[in-house]
Write a protein that binds this ligand. Structure first.
Ligand code: NAD
Length: 253
């Protein structure tokens, strides 16, 4: 039956940036669909372990700094030690720096690119090696952005990284689809999280954004739960290399 295709019982998902915002909601959604969760965090300790365990799912928190490429081995080793095999990777962690392109610093470029694109790629590579080694199918879901499609303003490294996430998602799908590995992305629209607090606090920007969203409201982190469960599930077995916008209609405008 069709709903069983969405069931994630017996699967394990790694979710980066799982302690806050979109990652927290997606981790909970995956657990509600049946998955055990490996939650990767750095500064904010896991706040959702109790919620996930109360669903009779297992939760393992891993503290790792994704700006450092060594975090990839650390995450994979701890996750595999606890769960033996992994089925799903959600590359959600990301940062943003806002400044004029004319004066944008090398540090603000490198910091964002390292977390949002470099480590994301090497986590994809590590989990794909794991899937190949264990001869199993797997799902990779990268978190993109409206700025995977559009230019934005004052966020040159963020736009570059998220445009890169869209392109990389396509490339990895082309290389790995035949191995039974699905690589897709979700592009959230304007969602109410810490990431967007500065623009929500600016009355002018807040009004401009709300006026442009066909749905007329900021998205909530829970709005991503359906999309992430779908892309993590057997229901998406023939979906490869696609970036699914969950944006209240922003891109349709
Ligand atoms: P958030 O700031 O709450 O979440 C970002 C998460 O990434 C945090 O949990 C943080 O701890 C983690 N993180 C950042 N740097 C890290 C590092 N060096 N090591 C380990 N973890 C690190 O914001 P959010 O809105 O929930 O963002 C989640 C993802 O969604 C990001 O990739 C963001 O770019 C993307 N996104 C957000 C929106 C939005 O409107 N909120 C829109 C499009 C895309």
């Amino acid at each position: 039956m069709i709903l069983t295709q969405f069931d994630l019982t017996g699967k394990t998902a790694i979710v980066t940036g799982s302690s806050t915002g979109l990652g927290q909601a997606m981790a909970l959604g995956l657990a509600q669909a049946g998955a055990d969760i490996v939650g990767v965090y750095n500064s904010t300790p896991p706040t959702n372990a109790g919620d996930i365990e109360s669903l009779d799912r297992r939760f393992l928190g891993i503290k790792a700094d994704l700006s450092d490429i060594d975090s990839v081995d650390l995450i994979m080793n701890q996750a595999v030690e606890a769960f033996s095999t992994i089925d799903i990777l959600v590359n959600n962690a990301g940062i943003i720096r806002r400044n004029d392109a004319l004066t944008f610093s090398e540090k603000d470029w490198d910091d964002v690119m390292n977390v949002n694109l470099k480590t994301l790629f090497f986590l994809c590579q590590a989990i794909a090696k794991h899937f190949v080694e264990h001869k199993k199918k797997g799902k990779i879901i990268n978190i993109a952005s409206m700025l995977s499609f559009q230019g934005g303003i004052k966020v040159p490294s963020y736009t570059s990284s998220k445009s890169g996430v869209l392109g990389l998602t396509r490339l990895l799908a082309c290389e790995w689809a035949s191995r039974g590995i699905n690589v897709n992305a979700i592009a959230p629209g304007y969602m109410a999280t810490a990431n967007t607090q500065p623009i929500r606090d600016d009355p002018g920007r807040n009004r401009q954004i709300l006026e442009r969203i066909p749905a007329g409201a900021w998205g909530n982190p829970e709005d991503l739960q359906g999309a992430v469960v779908f892309l993590a599930s057997n229901a998406a077995d023939y979906v490869h290399g696609f970036t699914l916008a969950v944006d209240g209609g922003w891109l349709a405008r």
